[in-house]
Write a protein that binds this ligand. Structure first.
Ligand code: GDP
Ligand code: MN
Length: 396
């Protein structure tokens, strides 16, 4: 589950991570009130208005702007709220901005230069350990840094039994070239960031940039936080952080009825039971020259009701030119699934695209007969290869 920047920063701060202060606003008027409050609390004269959408690269798309007075706060908030923000990480249509974060300006001039760093915390799947990835090249596209100057990216692996050790935090501050007060601030930043990562059961933190201010404070200016959904039961208070407006509506609907559905870009819808069979079916579709339009695992109980819900979900995608049902009847009998498909087909009524059904397992022969006798535009096949050939034929 992804959080908005403002939610991520609040969560980090609750674990002692220092952040750029901000207040979220839904309207230009609220943005002005937020800016006034921040001036009272922090003394900041300038403010930054930041679009809150689940996508990075907002600065490049015009979703992060500096306001030097309250008129500019109002004007910029008015421009950003309601805009479709296009960034390198969104589709060409962009993402609708519902709210902005009004923050204090932290790039003020002072004794020393400001510096931007990159820092993320994630699981290294090769070693099965958490690691902190960091770089002196913050504030920019980290993928480009990895491509052009990979020696400027450092990794620090953490032993799960020992946790982050003090010398590791010092090593990070040293490699970032810090000394004096900034060095101490960075070690505190790193250790509270790692504590937050573990205690919140997150799967990714990406702080780009981590800023060293001109008075040598170290703070998170941006925050991309992904919480492991499988651990949400341990954090009931995080459930309300989900912003359904940022998620694919069909996926949200599927989740509500307990189906695993992932929307994809292709033209062949698939309805399958079991994740492994779903992967194999997607391969089959590609081999036949099609592209899967979705991943859909209907699970063990493929009864008429679930099959109907699943068909309806797939049919919401206008790119779908055919549907391939590939169900193995182990616990659930194939004839019951076939009955479910026939009932669902009749009850939906206006299915105008061909459906290819492969039912294998208990009572597969009865199932095939039921479908063949139904008189519907449903093609029943037995072999995997037949299914592939049929997909090819109906797409042609
Ligand atoms: P992203 O573009 O989605 O990664 O959004 P960020 O939160 O990283 O902000 C983009 C850029 O805005 C940062 O890299 C900074 O250069 C700039 N920025 C953020 N906060 C401030 C601030 O307080 N003052 C100034 N002058 N610039 C800021
Ligand atoms: Mn950023």
């Amino acid at each position: 589950m992804n959080l908005h920047e403002y939610q991520g920063k609040e969560m980090l701060n609750s674990f002692g991570v220092q952040i750029q202060r901000g207040i979220v606003a839904q309207t230009p008027e609220e943005a002005v009130a937020a800016a006034k409050k921040l001036t009272e609390d922090t003394g900041t004269g300038w403010h930054v208005i930041k679009a809150q959408v689940h996508a990075g690269g907002r600065g490049k798309g015009g979703g992060v702007k500096l306001a030097k007075n309250l008129e500019e706060v109002k004007e910029i908030a008015g421009q950003i709220i309601g805009m479709h923000l296009v960034t390198p990480q969104t589709s060409a249509e962009g993402k609708l901005v519902n709210q902005v974060l009004v923050t204090e300006d932290v790039y003020y001039p002072g004794e020393s230069e400001t510096s931007e760093y990159y820092m993320s915390v994630l699981m290294n799947r090769a070693t099965g350990r958490n690691m902190i990835m960091y770089s002196t090249e913050g504030g920019m596209d980290i993928e480009a840094v990895a491509e052009n100057t990979p020696h400027l990216i450092f990794n620090e692996e953490i032993d799960p039994a020992l946790g982050l050790l003090p010398f590791q935090a010092r090593k990070i501050a040293f490699n970032l070239g810090l000394s004096g007060k900034a060095f101490k601030e960075m070690t505190k930043f790193v250790s509270s960031l790692y504590t937050a990562y573990v205690k919140s059961d997150s799967s990714l933190f990406e702080i780009n940039p981590v800023l060293k201010t001109s008075d040598d404070r170290v703070i998170a200016v941006d925050a991309k936080v992904t919480i492991d959904e499988n651990a949400l039961f341990r954090h009931k208070d995080y459930a309300e952080l989900r912003d359904l407006r940022e998620e694919n509506p069909v996926e949200v609907e599927a989740k509500a009825v307990g189906l695993s559905y992932v929307d994809l870009d292709g033209n062949v819808g698939c309805m399958v039971n079991g994740a492994g069979l779903a992967m194999a079916t997607m391969d089959l579709i590609k081999q036949a020259g099609g592209e899967p339009a979705n991943f859909l695992d209907v699970g063990g109980t493929a009864d008429a009701e679930r099959v109907e819900i699943a068909f309806n979900l797939i049919l919401k995608d206008p790119n779908v030119k055919a549907i391939l049902v590939n169900i193995f009847g182990g616990i659930v009998r194939c004839d019951r699934v076939a009955q479910g498909i026939i009932e669902a087909y009749k009850s939906i009524g206006n299915i105008e695209i061909p459906i290819i059904v492969r039912l294998e397992g208990t009572n597969a022969d009865i199932a095939k007969k039921l479908i063949d006798d139904s008189g519907l535009d449903v093609h029943s096949v037995v072999e995997f290869q037949e299914a592939a050939d049929k997909v090819q034929e109906v797409l042609a």
